[in-house]
Every structure is written in C-alpha cells, then in structure tokens.
Design a protein around this ligand. Structure first.
Ligand SMILES: [Zn+2]
Ligand SMILES: [Zn+2]
Length: 153
C-alpha cells in the first residue's frame, strides 16, 4: 500500500517541473535544480528547512530565500502539493502534486503516501449524500511508525 517513487519516475517529475518552470520564464540554476531534486524525491515529505539543509550540503551558499521562491512558484503552477499544519510546519510533495491521502507519524513527523482503493468510492459517496461537486480532498491518518515503536520513546 505504501508507494515509494523509483528513480525513473523521480527523473520524470524533475523534467516536468523544469519544463513548466521554463514556460514561466523561471531560470533553472544548479541550486534551483537541487531544490527540484529534493522535492521530486519527496522523501518523508520535506519541510522548507529540510530542503535547505539538504541543498546546502551540495551548494553551501544557497539561501533559504531561494528555497522559498522555488517552492512558492511550483505551488502557484500546481507542480507541488503543500501539506499544511496548524503549527505552521508545512511539508511538501513534489512527486505527487495532487491531493492524496497521507499517513503521519506523530513522533518523528515522517509522512508517507497511501494508495487507497476505497478513495474513489468514498468521494462518490460524499457527492451522492451531499449533492456537492467534490473538487478536492484532504485525508490524513496519524499514528506511530514501526521505527518509533521499536525505540519505545
Ligand atoms: Zn516515526
Ligand atoms: Zn504525498
């Protein structure tokens, strides 16, 4: 049920982001490309701070403003899904930039994608019962991952 992106799919996502950004006259610098790589791999659904730390290992002069600028532009052109939380700790999925269910570990804050067969049926049921036209959804499950369970903290 847990879907992990493979490297060919990640490359496809980077390529798609790059061409969309170019359509919007956004210059692709090596630093920005590094940001796209982190977002496309979407490992654990990174925060801006996590993206910044990762990119700085390769490009120490990168500023956090570069990360924000790239993230905001990708959001505007629907190439990035923002998962926001009441405490302001936004997380990002550039691999699947459309609504999909997530599973969140309340201890280590890891976020995992879920592929639920029942989701289409659920959406139809909501539309049928409410007469709404359903445009979007947000579905988060919260729990404790098995790494954290093993640590027993
Ligand atoms: Zn955990
Ligand atoms: Zn996701």
């Amino acid at each position: 049920m847990e879907a992990h992106p493979n490297s060919a799919d990640v490359k496809k996502r980077i390529h798609s982001m790059v061409s969309k950004l170019r359509e919007h006259s956004f210059r692709i610098t090596p630093q920005r490309l590094a940001v796209l790589r982190v977002l496309a791999a979407s490992e654990g659904h990174p925060s801006v701070e996590r993206i910044y730390e990762t990119v700085r290992q390769e490009f120490p002069t990168t500023s956090i403003a570069t990360i924000y600028k790239t993230v905001n532009l990708l959001k505007q052109i629907n190439e990035l899904l923002e998962i926001s939380f009441p405490d302001g700790s936004n997380r990002y999925d550039g691999y699947k930039p459309f609504p999909h269910p997530h599973l969140i570990c309340i201890k280590c804050k890891k976020i995992v994608d879920l592929d639920l067969d029942s989701l289409d049926a659920m959406e139809k049921e909501v539309a049928l019962e409410t007469n709404f036209e359903i445009l979007n959804h947000r579905l988060d499950f919260f729990g404790i991952c098995n790494t954290c369970m093993a640590k027993k903290v």
